[in-house]
Structures are given as C-alpha cells and as structure tokens.
Write a protein that binds this ligand. Structure first.
Ligand code: PHE
Length: 315
C-alpha cells in the first residue's frame, strides 16, 4: 500500500485510492469496523497503520501539488522583455469635441445650456415661433411629420420657446441638439445638429448680438480677428433678421449663421411683454462649424459609424 501511494502521480488517482481506503466502503473503514473482534495488540497495530496511512496520503498530496505548481511555473514563465500589447487609446468624436468647445465658450459668456425633445409639437417648432399653419416659411424647412401631427424638430429654435415658457425673462441660454430635415447631400444630412443662442433682457441690442458672435467665432476658430459680413435675411421669428458670413482663409465668404432680434410676437407667445423686453437669437449648424474647423468636406462622414473617428490615431 505504501509503495502504491508513493507511485501515484496525480491528485485524481490519489483521491481515488483515498476513497477506496477510507471511504464508506473503503478497505480500512471495513477493518476498523471489525476492530472489536481483535485482541489488544492487533488493535494497537491497526490504529497505528491507520494513522500512518493517513499521514502518508497527506504527504503525498502535498508532494504532488508542489510538483504540479513547479511544472506550471516552468511553462508560464513571464518574459518581461516582450513588448506590451498595443494600447487602444480613444478620443472624442469630432462632433462631441466641437460641442464641448462651443458649450465651453458660450457658458463663459454667461449662456446656460438647454436641451429639448427631438419630437416636437407644432406649437414649439412652428406656431410659437411666429410660423402658424400655412405660413409660407414652413416650406423653408422640409419637415418630417409624424402621424399624430408632431414633427421631428426642424430647428433648435423650439428650445428657446421652452426655455422662455419655463423660466421667463431675463434669460441668456443656448439650446443644443439634433434636428431633422428631408435633405441629403454632401453638406446636408437628414439629421444634423444645431446650436441656438437666446438673450432677452431690457437693453439688449443688435450690436450685443454681433459682439457675442464675433467673440465666439474668434475663440472657436482660434483667430485674432474675424471679418464678418452682415446680410439682411428673413426668419419668421426674428425682426430684423440677418445672416452672418465669415471671411475664410482670407478669400472666401462662408455663411455661418442666421440671427436677428426676437420678433415681438414670439415674446408675446411666451408671455413676455415686448415693450419692456427685447433680445436676440442666433442659430447655426454645429456639424458645419466642426467641418470647417476640422477641414472636412462631407457631413455624412460624421455619421457613418467609422471607428477611426474614435481612435487616437484614426485618421
Ligand atoms: N432656426 C433658424 C434655422 O434653422 C436659424 C435661426 C436661429 C435664425 C435663430 C435666427 C435666429 O435656419
């Protein structure tokens, strides 16, 4: 038996022999059960044999475990000279990055960040913005209508209505979010992003608007001075309305945003007295600013799910 134990090389075999010896039907168990029929000397001898065997099993188990561990250490040697696995360092999607920069600048000017629902009702997306049903300006934006009459928000201007309804005036806020229109080409995606600023108080003027827009563009594009061109335009919710162009790389004029003084009817629709308060609003495509800053020509590329946008060395 002792020989047998010492020749065993695996824990499984050792366990099997242990069970065959000391288990319920084990050989030693049976002999111990019959001990009452033995004389004193034989009993003492059996007890001794039993104790020795148990000890032997324990020692053998420890030996085998040690051998197994040593074998493992041999094969699992750690080579500290190996070069490490390549690290996958990520970065923010350019749109997210642009948003963080834009928000940071506007917040530093005192504008508070707002969001709103992407599925809007007619009131917030159109009617409160002085664009009642059948108003021709509704055609300016090809709208996705939902069966219940709601729309996929066509402009973040809807958020300024919600902000004024909720907080009243004076207010200095900007709304951000996805907007939807039925159009699709290199510079238009059916889903894009807008940012909209609103500042209403007792003495807000058009020059405050232009000053903030200029300071904002200088900060965002990291330019010492931006040359702006102010063109008259039309939006139902602003009067007068303007469009702001920016001189780009010294030769091209780029249309950057729509803006204007908030129309008195829009203020009235939000419970604000336009004889006491007035203000300005401006709105622009945040994707477009990101395209300009990062020098991209196709807006659709932002949304194609290309993982390289998120990899530190992606493009
Ligand atoms: N909502 C307008 C658009 O989507 C932009 C705009 C915002 C114009 C605020 C004036 C004031 O075209």
């Amino acid at each position: 038996m002792k020989e047998q134990i010492n020749q065993i090389q695996t824990l499984e075999e050792l366990q099997a022999l242990h069970t065959a010896t000391f288990g319920k039907n084990g050989t030693m168990t049976a002999r111990l059960r019959d001990m009452k029929n033995l004389d004193n000397d034989a009993r003492a001898a059996l007890n001794k044999e039993n104790a020795e065997l148990r000890e032997l099993f324990k020692t053998r188990q420890a030996d085998i475990e040690y051998a197994v561990m040593m074998a493992k250490l041999q094969t699992q040697k750690l080579d500290v000279t190996l070069s490490p696995e390549p690290e996958h360092v990520g970065r923010l999607h350019p749109l997210t990055q642009a948003l963080a920069e834009i928000s940071g600048i506007l917040e530093s000017f005192g504008y508070n960040l707002w969001t709103g629902p992407e599925i809007e009702d007619d009131w917030h997306n159109f009617t409160a913005l002085n664009t009642p049903a059948h108003h021709p300006a509704r055609d300016m934006q090809d709208t996705f209508f939902l069966p219940n009459g709601n729309v996929m928000r066509t402009q973040t201007s809807a958020i300024q209505i919600r902000a004024m309804e909720k907080c009243g005036v004076p207010i200095k806020m900007f709304g951000i979010g996805a907007t939807y229109r039925k159009e699709m080409d290199a510079t238009h995606s059916p889903m894009f992003h807008q940012i909209e600023g609103l500042y209403v108080d007792k003495n807000v003027t058009m020059s405050d608007l232009i000053g903030d827009v200029r300071a904002f563009l200088q900060r965002f594009f990291e330019m010492d001075n931006v040359e702006l061109r102010i063109r008259p335009s039309y939006f139902p919710f602003t009067e007068p309305s303007i469009e702001i162009d920016m001189k780009w790389h010294g030769d091209k004029w780029l249309e950057i945003m729509g803006a204007g003084m908030v129309h008195p009817d829009v203020l009235r629709n939000c419970g604000v007295d336009p004889d006491v308060y007035q203000g300005f609003a401006f709105g622009f495509g945040w994707d477009r600013l990101a395209m300009l800053k990062y020098n991209l020509s196709d807006i659709r590329k932002f949304y194609d799910g290309d993982i390289r946008w998120l990899q530190a060395n992606g493009f």
